[in-house]
Write a protein that binds this ligand. Structure first.
Ligand code: EPZ
Length: 435
């Protein structure tokens, strides 16, 4: 079967206004948390993504009836006997591990396998399992499967060695049904954690301190489903802002949460963009030259997010001067740099550090997305590149971006999704090299 490809015609300043999707990294834990609730949970502003549909499949295998109607997901837990996540589901979505907490919270047992790795480096789950052990879960591994059982969950004092987003989410979801109080320290502070805590509290839980490094969960209260609107996707917003920064012009994003994006907006201003914020709208104006940024280090929230590292690298490729990026969260998150080099970027990678020396312009090429945010970065670079870029590996983009091609066209980036003949995009890439 011929693969679908994005054909992006770049090199012109952007003009346009878009609405930003709901957050993938909030919708997924919220869907898992619905396992803890009696009655119906209705989530709105849910982005239409392959990861969301993978989460629906897992919920249905766990005895729920989940239905997607546009950007609304309805979830009813019909039976409470199932507690196993099949291997193909664990592998389909790296973040399937976030079902561990709610399954243990509601069933006191869970059987799963290791989630897929290699996209950003190994995706270990040792900290997830350590946290569950601290709450009284016995864990045995055998034949590639992990067997978790507990008579009951007991509230505990848990200190995380690293502020893991997923582990923080699993502890919140398991803690609501643990006996007594759980105190989590060095917790992750990402806005998605706060969104999850707000949802659980609206369902009847008692969680304090979400969004700070110390979260207290009082267990033992029955949760009932509710209707809840997923927060805006701060990384999708940054993706489109970086397309605007790379191509130049003036764009407006609405349905955003600017307060969740301070470090991202600050970096864009350092790079030479003018940023305006009004309510849920973000305005970006980039008419002057881009400026390099001597050093950017990815950090846990509120630091510069690892998910935006690839995105800003696409902007810095044509910034005058030399920029340095250090990736401190994941081991292997520079795979997009080689593809940017095919578009004419001057990048040297050594371990977790990338040095980008700005060039006047990138040129179109045939490039491949190797992971979700790397794919969005290549598309952002294509928006500013001279000529046509053919982007393959769209299954990565489809995991995290709703209506990507339509959104790019709304910003003035001529983008088509289709199965183009290999000859056509090889020919145009060869042509691009000449200019
Ligand atoms: C969440 O992943 C996000 N995914 C990621 O977004 C994001 O990059 C990451 O948080 C960091 O912000 C979702 O929310 C679905 P972590 P998560 O646990 O929870 C190590 C995207 O592009 N670690 O905070 O898996 C881990 O290897 C995705 O939208 C262990 O060593 O991230 C990493 O180096 C990519 N042992 C570090 O902690 C564990 O048991 C931070 O990971 C768990 C994690």
């Amino acid at each position: 079967m011929t693969e679908e490809i994005l054909k992006i015609s770049g090199g012109r300043p952007l003009h346009g206004e878009i609405s930003v999707q709901g957050a993938k990294n909030s919708a997924l834990p919220l869907m898992a948390a619905a396992l803890l609730c009696e009655g119906e949970t209705v989530l709105t502003n849910v982005p239409q993504l392959s990861d969301v549909y993978a989460a629906c499949r897992i919920l249905n295998r766990l005895g729920c009836r989940s239905t997607a109607e546009g950007n609304t997901i309805r979830i009813v837990r019909e039976s409470a006997e199932l507690y196993e996540i099949p291997d193909e589901d664990m592998r389909a979505m790296r973040s399937s591990i976030m079902f561990l907490g709610p399954i243990l919270g509601s069933m006191k047992r869970c059987t799963l396998t290791m989630p897929g790795g290699c996209e950003l480096g190994p995706r270990p789950i040792n900290l997830h399992l350590d946290a569950m052990r601290a709450m009284g879960v016995r864990i045995r591994e055998g034949a590639g499967r992990i067997f978790c059982t507990a008579e009951k969950l007991t509230g505990a004092k848990i200190h995380l060695p690293i502020p893991s987003v997923g582990v923080t989410e699993n502890v919140l979801m398991a803690g609501v049904y643990a006996e007594g109080e759980t105190v989590l320290t060095n917790a992750a502070c990402e806005p998605e954690i706060t969104d999850l805590a707000n949802f659980l509290n609206q369902c009847g839980a008692e969680i304090r301190g979400a969004g700070t490094h110390t979260v207290v969960i009082r267990g033992g209260r029955k949760l009932r489903g509710t209707e809840y609107r997923v927060m805006p996707d701060r990384i999708a917003a940054m993706s489109y802002l970086c397309a605007g920064a790379a191509a130049g012009g003036e764009i407006c994003l609405k349905d955003t949460a600017p307060d969740d994006m301070k470090s991202c907006l600050d970096v864009l201003e350092q790079a030479g963009c003018r940023i305006g914020v009004c309510g849920d709208r973000i305005f970006l104006d980039r008419t002057g030259p881009l400026r390099s940024i001597s050093y950017i280090r990815t950090m846990p929230y509120p630091g510069f997010p690892t998910d935006a590292q690839a995105l800003i690298s696409a902007v810095l490729c044509t910034a005058s001067g030399t920029s340095m990026l250090e990736e401190t969260i994941f081991e292997n998150r520079f795979k997009h740099m080689g593809e940017l080099a095919r578009m004419g970027a001057d990048i040297r990678v050594s371990g977790r550090t990338a040095v980008i020396t700005g060039v006047p312009k990138l040129h179109g090429a045939s490039v491949t997305a190797m992971d979700l945010r790397g794919g969005a970065a290549l598309a952002a670079a294509a928006a500013g590149a001279e000529g046509i870029t053919y982007l393959s590996g769209l299954h990565h983009l489809d995991r995290g971006y709703e209506h990507f091609a339509e959104t790019f066209n709304s910003l003035g980036i001529l983008t088509e999704r289709g199965t183009f003949s290999a000859l056509e995009h090889t020919f145009s890439a060869a042509n691009a090299k000449k200019c």
